[in-house]
Ligand binder design. Structure first.
Ligand code: GLC
Length: 700
């Protein structure tokens, strides 16, 4: 019998309370009073249950003690690794390597599955241009094209079929929609933006995730243009389910159905239940509003049981697809062989290397030479395993992390002495600590200074009004700089930081984000040249928070040359797509296959890239376009393609892109995707500001 018929047959046997039970997810599981709910079939999913034994125990109650034996869906926030913690997603996006990102997502899913989890509440695919927002750490940055590639890769990794050619894990792209455009960078705050802009910027990663087969979607906390997403029928019914044909499960974010009352949108929890179910939310995470009110709403004829049946059918279908009815239990012995498996750790190191972005390297201070006799390693984050795990670190443990000091120790030869000093705390420091650190630096030939943010300075509701390094850290950096010892600044952070002083005064700056369990090894690999840094920024770095929002795909405006501040430079500190290498890549011979194409036509764009340096290296070649004149003004540049290529020293490669209507079109105010005739500019280059430029026409 196929899944559709199995669902139909099971649904026909279910009582209304059992149906509503499937639509209820408990977020904080309290065994004393929730076991009876499971036994009565009044719970469909659990979140936050830890350990294979506990999962099996609860699953056994659902399967063997409830009337119909419907298994529970066990969910968890697995955002960048389960126990093998990878770089934060914003760091992974710097790799511009979807295949590798897919691999880390697959490993995370495999490890989670070993502990009985079948539903990971990721990837977070919210586009944002506001680094004040703590959750920028969880996403793939500012651009819908790169964000879509990352979303697709992560869903494919998470939902990779198992040995029975069946998905054993469901992904949950989140948070639908517009969450990254909250006002003032304050989490949960108001989102008010044009539908056209929502479609152009925020929707593409969700559409890519759904095209990749995402089984579920999570709704955002925020209101969107006056209607909270959890009660937004236009968003969840009309767009997601009718226009996009999404047939999976829509789950609310934590308590957000109950929050329809706080929003001032529902007058009561009972009305919240009606609004949410009518808007297309199939499962209620944690608020218990469905559990409390749906039965009465159906019995009073206010909500049709057919609506309930649709939601329950989707949930049951997910459980059948996952094979939960056949294999509800996990093998507790699996975890010991799968969690932190050597190949997982090796992949973590590889991913961490590709996530690192070289921001400055004046006078080729880097890579460090093994002839150095004394090397200073200074800073509060040089030896902080917790910070390197980043936000949402799941089952990660600080003890699993190779810190930056440790990594450097493993990378140096016997003749090099490492002198370490903390120098200050992340938030405060003393004159003595600073003086001691400066004294050590003055004895050394190079000083590695590791500064930035702890894990809880970004992530959910950890927003900042400033992007500056904390003042004690700046004071330490200046003290080390004043010793005259060349400084290599290593950043550990979950968001872009405004390190303008460092850019002006420090010879080398390495952006390492929060790289997970192999942070120290990867950082040392880059510092000593065992890996030639290849990362490129997926988000613009502002010079200061006053510039926010600042992003590369801005509009020309009527006075492009007039845009300035009286008190600051108008340009970003580092642009989208920027990142240096230890070698140099030269771009030449931009060739377009035709001077013009029809709106349905396609155009090939080629360019040659030459590794002019003495070191092999990877280059992320980027393709941008500009539709110069259109019925809706278009950005000065839009990313429409990229290739990551390895070039040996002295090697030249030709890369080729193909531009078609999907790259050249845009959403107009009638919400239609259109390709308009006219002149287009095209660039192939190393980042969003430099590159070879060409022109072509789209014929009418
Ligand atoms: C949180 C987050 C969401 C997460 C959920 C469950 O508040 O917004 O991303 O998956 O609750 O922990």
């Amino acid at each position: 019998m196929n899944i559709k018929n199995k669902v139909k047959a099971l649904l026909a046997r279910m009582t209304l309370p059992e149906k509503v039970g499937q639509m209820t997810q408990l977020g904080t599981f309290n065994p004393t009073d929730d076991l009876s709910l499971i036994r009565e079939g009044r719970v469909g999913s659990l979140l936050g249950v830890k350990g294979a034994e506990t999962v099996n125990e609860l699953q056994r109650i659902a399967v063997e003690q409830s009337r119909l034996g419907i298994p529970l869906l066990i969910a968890a926030d697995v955002i960048h690794g389960y126990r093998s913690i990878f770089p934060i997603p914003l760091a992974e996006a710097c790799s511009w390597n979807p295949a590798l990102v897919e691999e880390t997502a697959a490993i995370a899913a495999r490890e989670a599955s070993a502990e009985g989890i079948q539903w990971v509440l990721s990837p977070m695919v919210d586009i944002t241009r506001d680094p004040r927002w703590g959750r920028i750490a969880e996403g793939a940055g500012e651009d819908p094209y790169l964000g879509s590639e990352m979303a697709r890769a992560r869903v494919k990794g998470i939902q990779r079929n198992d040995w029975n050619n069946r998905p054993y894990m469901m992904a949950c792209p989140k948070h639908f929609a517009g969450y990254g455009f909250i006002e003032a960078g304050r989490d949960y705050n108001t989102v008010d933006m044009s539908i056209r802009r929502l479609r152009e910027i925020c929707f593409p990663p969700f559409q890519a995730a759904i095209e990749a087969g995402a089984g579920t979607i999570m709704v955002a906390f925020n209101e969107l243009n006056g209607v909270p997403c959890a009660g937004n029928g236009w968003l969840l019914k009309e767009v997601l389910q009718q226009q996009w044909g999404f047939e999976g499960v829509v789950v609310s974010d934590w308590d957000s159905i109950g929050e329809l009352v706080e929003h001032g949108y529902a007058r009561s929890r009972e009305e919240a239940a009606r609004l949410a179910i009518e808007s297309g939310v199939h499962m209620d995470m944690q608020s218990l509003v469905y559990h409390e009110h749906l039965l009465d709403l159906v019995r009073q004829g206010i909500v049709s049981e057919l609506v309930i049946d649709d939601a329950v059918s989707r949930i049951l279908s997910m459980k059948f697809q996952l094979g939960l009815f056949d294999r509800p239990y996990t093998d507790p012995a699996l975890a010991s062989t799968i969690l932190l498996a050597p190949d997982h750790v090796q992949t973590a190191r590889h991913m961490a290397c590709e996530s690192i972005v070289l921001l400055k390297n004046e006078g080729n201070v880097l890579p460090l030479k093994q002839t150095i006799r004394k090397l200073a390693v200074i800073g509060p984050l040089a030896n902080d395993g917790d910070a390197l795990l980043g936000c949402w670190s799941g089952q990660g443990r600080s003890s699993d992390v190779v810190t930056i000091v440790d990594g450097i120790h493993t990378a140096v030869n016997a003749g090099m002495e490492i002198l370490y000093a903390k120098g200050c705390g992340t938030a405060e420091g003393t004159e003595n600590e600073k003086t001691e650190a400066a004294a050590i630096a003055s004895l050394c030939e190079v000083a590695i200074v590791v500064l930035g943010e702890t894990a809880n300075m970004s992530g959910e509701n950890n927003n900042r009004t400033s992007l500056d390094l904390p003042s004690c850290q700046m004071s330490l950096l200046k003290a080390i700089h004043d010793t005259g010892t060349p400084v290599v600044l290593v950043l550990v952070n979950g968001r872009p930081l405004s390190v303008e002083w460092a850019q002006l005064h420090v010879p080398a700056i390495v952006e390492t984000w929060q790289l997970g369990i192999q942070a120290g090894m990867a950082t040392a690999d880059v510092l000593f040249g065992h890996y030639n840094p290849s990362g490129k920024l997926p988000v613009t770095f502002p010079r200061n928070a006053g510039q926010i929002p600042i992003y590369y795909s801005a509009k020309k405006t009527g006075r492009p040359q007039m845009k300035h501040y009286v008190d600051a430079n108008v340009e970003p500190l580092y642009p989208f797509g920027y990142g240096l290498s230890y070698t140099t890549f030269e771009y030449s011979n931009l060739v377009l296959s035709k001077p013009s194409i029809s709106p349905q036509g396609s155009l090939k764009v080629q360019a040659c890239i030459f590794n002019a340096g003495s070191m092999d290296g990877e280059e992320i070649v980027q393709l941008y376009i500009c539709d110069e004149f259109a019925s809706i003004t278009r950005p000065v540049k839009e990313l429409k393609g990229f290739w990551k290529i390895m070039l040996r020293a002295g090697e030249t490669q030709t890369v080729e892109f193909e531009l078609t209507a999907e790259h050249l079109g845009f959403v107009n105010n009638e919400q239609q995707f259109v390709v308009e005739p006219g002149s287009f500019r095209v660039w192939v280059g190393p980042n969003s500001t430099d590159g070879l430029e060409g022109k072509f026409e789209v014929d009418s």
